[in-house]
Design a binder for this molecule. Structure first.
Ligand code: NAG
Ligand code: NAG
Ligand code: NAG
Ligand code: NAG
Ligand code: NAG
Ligand code: NAG
Length: 349
């Protein structure tokens, strides 16, 4: 249980920025844009390159780009869909900024699988450090104030802090206070991004983590864990209050929430195909599963024999592994009214 929970929130922090040099924030159109993404494995497109990262092992990436290349899915992840939604190319991972310098002007992805607002591993860049990378680039005049003001930032804290808390402490009684401290630290990050001059800042709500296959295994993938989902609800409530306060304090509409909770819930509860998105088979079960708690998707033994099972059609599954959606899962989540309605706030004053 603890081991599962430890891996279970291996996810997501992302943060997007869109530029529209000509029109300013009011005119954030779909033309000339720049996108920055900060986050964890739900958004990482190749920053976490440690040898243990499953994102660089087969069968990750089999749908897109066709081989393992740093995404924690069979294919595209949230970053790709958000970029697509804005009509632009996926920003390159921060670690490739020198090799692909020509692409930096279109934005960057700072997201790093496994990170949280607090430290989850000594060698991973936490949220503060990811924002620091942007600040360095601003100091080096890679991005200018005018461009930043016309940009959107999107931050999503999807639970690695909680996985770390469970591993390090696990006190049930202490959970609500810890959730408050996570949201407080997240708020510090949001305010700091605003302080760098970014005009619009979107933060993702926590998806129903109790519905991740890591947490539905106990019920043979039949039911979400209501305890985990209640904690998620508390996080999301505090986050909504924090965002409301930030707008009040800055006398602005700079901050808004992207409703990933609503998007995941809608898809996981869907009993019929809807608006071009499929009805997923056994939605609370993953396509790629380790054969036991000691193994995960992509793991092989010393002889190279795989220690996981893979479903025949990743498109039929919402979840790719015990933590992360498939490309088709992300596509479905992004096509829900819950997501689209919240994302449309980008185009409002
Ligand atoms: C983030 O990482 C930096 C660098 O290791 C560290 O100084 C800082 O205390 C960390 N911030 C948080 C909120 O954990
Ligand atoms: C950026 O410049 C400001 C102002 O000179 C300085 O306070 C800050 O430490 C610098 N930050 C980074 C990350 O270089
Ligand atoms: C765990 O959390 C509880 C409640 O917040 C706290 O009193 C305790 O000191 C923590 N234990 C550890 C090992 O951090
Ligand atoms: C808040 O912003 C509005 C619109 O820009 C402006 O009219 C108003 O005076 C501002 N209020 C404060 C307290 O700054
Ligand atoms: C912020 O909240 C206070 C107290 O509710 C209210 O009086 C004020 O008008 C609000 N300011 C803005 C800019 O919304
Ligand atoms: C599905 O809907 C039911 C009833 O509204 C709700 O209790 C449940 O939490 C939902 N499941 C998910 C995954 O959101």
């Amino acid at each position: 249980m603890v081991a599962q929970n430890l891996v279970f929130f291996f996810c997501c922090f992302f943060f997007i920025s869109v530029f529209s040099e000509e029109h300013g924030v009011e005119g954030l159109g779909r033309g000339d844009k720049r996108l920055f993404v900060f986050g964890d494995s739900y958004a990482d497109t190749g920053n976490n390159r440690i040898a243990l990262a499953s994102s660089w092992k087969f069968p990750y990436g089999i749908t897109f780009p066709g081989k393992p290349a740093g995404r924690f899915s069979d294919g595209r992840v949230s970053t790709d869909f958000i970029a697509g939604y804005l009509g632009m190319k996926t920003p390159i991972p921060y670690r490739w900024r020198k090799q692909l310098a020509g692409r930096v002007k279109y934005g960057l992805n700072f997201a790093y699988g496994g990170t949280g607002v607090f430290d989850t591993s000594a060698s991973y860049p936490n949220m503060t450090t990811q924002i620091h990378f942007l600040q360095q680039l601003i100091n080096d005049s890679v991005y200018n104030k005018r461009g930043l003001k016309a940009s959107l930032a999107f931050v999503s804290a999807s639970g690695n802090d909680y996985a770390n808390y469970i591993a390090m402490n696990g006190s049930t009684a202490g959970f609500p206070a810890f959730i408050s401290s996570v949201v407080r630290q997240l708020t510090v990050s949001l305010r700091r991004i605003h302080g760098l001059g970014v005009g619009k800042i979107a933060v993702g709500s926590l998806p129903p983590l109790g519905c991740l296959p890591a947490n539905t295994a106990q019920t043979s993938f039949q039911r979400c864990d209501p305890t985990q989902n209640a904690l998620v609800d508390l996080h999301n409530l505090l986050l909504l209050q924090a965002v409301t306060n930030l707008n009040n304090q800055t006398n602005s509409t700079s901050f808004f929430i992207l409703d990933f909770h609503g998007a995941f819930s809608t898809v996981l509860n869907q009993t019929q195909p809807h608006q071009g998105s499929p009805k997923f088979e056994k939605p609370l079960q993953a396509c790629c599963m380790g054969v036991s708690a000691a193994f995960s998707c992509g793991s092989v033994d010393e002889n190279g024999v795989k220690k996981y099972t893979l479903c025949s059609n990743p498109k039929s599954k919402f979840f790719w592994d015990t933590l992360h959606p498939t490309q088709e899962g992300w596509r479905a989540a992004f096509s829900t009214p819950a997501f689209q309605n919240s994302f449309n706030q980008l185009f409002q004053n």
